[in-house]
Design a protein around this ligand. Sequence first.
Ligand code: ADE
Length: 243
Amino acid sequence: MKIAIMGAMVEEVDPFLGDIEHEPLLKFFKKHNEVVYAGNTYHEAKYKDLDIVLAYSKIGKVFSALTASTMLEHFGCDMLLFTGVAGAVSPDLKIGDLIVATELCQHDLDITAFGHPFGYVPEGKVYVKSDNRLLSIAREVANEKEIELKGGVIATGDQFIADNERKEWIAKTFNADAIEMEGASVAVVCDAMEVPFFVLRAISDSADMEATFDFDEFLKESAKVSSSFIMAMLDKISDKWSK
Ligand code: ADE
């Protein structure tokens, strides 16, 4: 089993490479191999019986689609786990909380001029669903570790949202719980290639007037919350997936 672990920003994958909280993974990644391909660095390594390919894509839908495609097509990954931070849309989500996407959509995709709904293009779909087996593994991990894990709709777009009106529009139009800038593009790639995927985000801000300040303040801390959970997922996947 070869697993892609990806984030968008260096801060989102750094905990896997250098954080003492991740001692087992740190040790294992010390023996890792770095490959530069199409403008990004990919870290190849082994964890237990799993082969891992780890990379950050750079921000946005285009870069993240490129990295996801590269991980599946060039590196041959059979599964993709996305880790990172998001802005809260649901009032239930506070900074540091975890949300896993049950479905993802693109809030900035707009050909409504032709009578289509927001987020839809012909032969596409508004919502892409995450892999059910990975969602149930995530719930098991959350229960065992007594971590609160919300499931919900993540809306993706090439915009950092720091505006209540835009946030409310996304909430109302897509029934979204959180917003970020890569999840749905990664989901589209994995769905098209029939590769199971999972998008996990820890909240860094509330996509409001304070969002830029909060994002800078909480990016690293929230990225660690998400990457720690992914580590626990790896243990569970190693125990369960192929058995
Ligand atoms: N990622 C984290 N916070 C975000 C926000 N407010 N808008 C878009 N992407 C984000």
